[in-house]
Write a protein that binds this ligand. Structure first.
Ligand code: ASP
Length: 437
């Protein structure tokens, strides 16, 4: 007998109808033993995610605006599901407890985690599975960093006592003070991966509302082809660059334990979705797996004569940036030039300060700043050791009159990153897609 861990995202637990689909999926295979759920998501366009509503509750409380009405909207959603599924759980006492904690001035992490908490209690009752809370099992250190090994042991020990269980995604506890701590948004994916690792699952199924990954953003490329198989490394590159089907940190635990991740669609369970493993076979003739990109970067190009022989230049440059708490995306270098590609979010309006500091401390001959740069990653394990791939990519861009402002190819040869003017972003993605798809 095998063992599967299934994580269902917000849209898969949005209402009673979706939960009925979830139940069908879980009950179709006795190997489906551990289920992780998000908080209820949107039921229709214009609807709200419960997590967003909880963040709003907290904002109101922080501004001394009563949040009772808003909290009632949230509890009504759970109560409607409870009624429609003909369950009888004592949700009222849980609501009261949360209300009480709200009055006492609870933390944001506590309040927003209640979306997953109530969702898991409800789902467990509906499936007839044990409810296992993640407090005391998913552990964070004082700085909010996940304590991976401790978490793995705690989850494994607890889940060995439960044949079948539902766990809430998104949160755990701070090991030093026992308070609730959440992952970043979309973090239930990470919970699912951690559970999969802890119970040594054969597969981690991540159920969402799309049938896996597509080769490009469908808002940019019409009808992009689905990706059936992809490696952990490629997925990591694509998610980092904006393909957001799975939380970027969800890959690590699964990869460590070599557990395949299968992205599936709750609304179309017949679709095979995307399977992510360490070394999937390359489909015949397939060179690239996907294209993703991010807007809003700034390039700072620094010129200095004889820069290549000046010992310590790059170290001093990096120290300067570290002191300003600025992380860098890429550092393309030439003989007498070095460029920094930095996201505008990280720069946060400090470009003049950065340039002034470089000027002062490194005395370069010249500094140029290019705004409105977008980065596009073309990712594919089929690219490595294949001559002519970059030529094809660059020709496609040239034929479409797109000027390349930066090129970076990692040593793994599975990713070519180009920087283009943001106004060319969509056009460039389409050009690359059509050159390879
Ligand atoms: N409910 C949380 C969010 O909306 C976490 C998750 O769904 O994964 O970000």
């Amino acid at each position: 007998m095998g063992l599967k861990v299934l994580k269902f995202g917000g849209s898969s637990v949005a209402d009673a109808l979706q939960l009925a689909k979830l139940k069908n999926i879980v009950e179709a295979d006795p190997d489906n033993r551990y289920v992780i759920v998000s908080a209820p998501g949107k039921r229709f366009g214009g609807d709200n995610k419960v997590t967003d509503l909880l963040y709003m509750c907290k904002a109101q409380l922080d501004h001394n605006i009563p949040a009772d009405q808003l909290f009632q909207v949230i509890t009504d959603r759970y109560s409607a599901v409870e009624m429609n599924l003909e369950l009888s759980i004592d949700l009222r006492s849980r609501y009261d407890e949360i209300r009480e904690n709200m009055q006492k001035g609870c933390s944001t992490d506590y309040l927003v985690s209640r979306g997953e908490y109530l969702s898991a209690i409800l789902t467990a009752a509906y499936l007839g599975y044990d409810f296992v809370d993640t407090t005391g099992l998913i552990l964070f250190d004082q700085k909010g960093r996940l304590m991976e090994e401790e978490t793995n042991q705690a989850l494994a020990a607890e889940l060995s006592k439960h044949e079948r269980a539902v766990l809430p995604g998104f949160y755990g506890t701070n090991a030093s003070d026992g308070k609730i701590h959440t992952f970043s948004r979309g973090g239930s994916d990470i919970t699912g991966a951690l559970v999969a690792r802890a119970v040594k699952a054969d597969v981690y199924e991540n159920w969402t509302d799309v049938s896996g990954l597509l080769m490009a953003d469908p808002r940019i490329v019409e009808n992009p082809r689905p990706i059936h198989r992809i490696s952990y490394m490629e997925l990591r590159e694509l998610s980092y660059m904006g393909a957001n089907v799975l939380h970027e940190s969800a890959v690590f635990p699964a990869r460590k334990a070599n557990i395949p991740i299968n992205i599936r669609n709750t609304n179309h369970p017949e679709d095979p979705g995307t399977v992510i493993t360490a070394y999937p076979e390359v489909e015949d003739g397939k060179i690239i797996s996907g294209i993703a990109g991010n807007k809003d970067f700034t390039v700072i190009a620094i010129y200095k004569n004889m820069l290549n022989s000046e010992i310590g230049f790059i170290r001093r440059l990096l120290t300067l940036l570290e002191d300003m708490n600025i992380s860098i995306e890429h550092i393309p270098t030439g003989i007498d030039t070095v460029s920094l590609v930095i996201s505008d979010k990280v720069l946060d309006g400090r470009i003049d300060d950065v340039v002034a500091a470089i000027q002062r401390q490194l005395e370069p001959d010249n500094i140029d700043v290019y705004n409105n740069i977008s980065l596009i990653a073309t990712v594919g394990r089929g690219m490595s050791y294949k001559p002519g791939v970059s030529a094809r990519l660059f020709s496609a861009l040239a034929e479409n009159d797109i000027n390349i402002r930066m090129i970076d190819q990692g040593s793994s040869e599975i990713n070519i990153i180009v920087g283009v003017a943001t106004e060319d972003f969509e056009k460039a993605i389409r050009a690359i897609y059509h050159a390879f798809a």
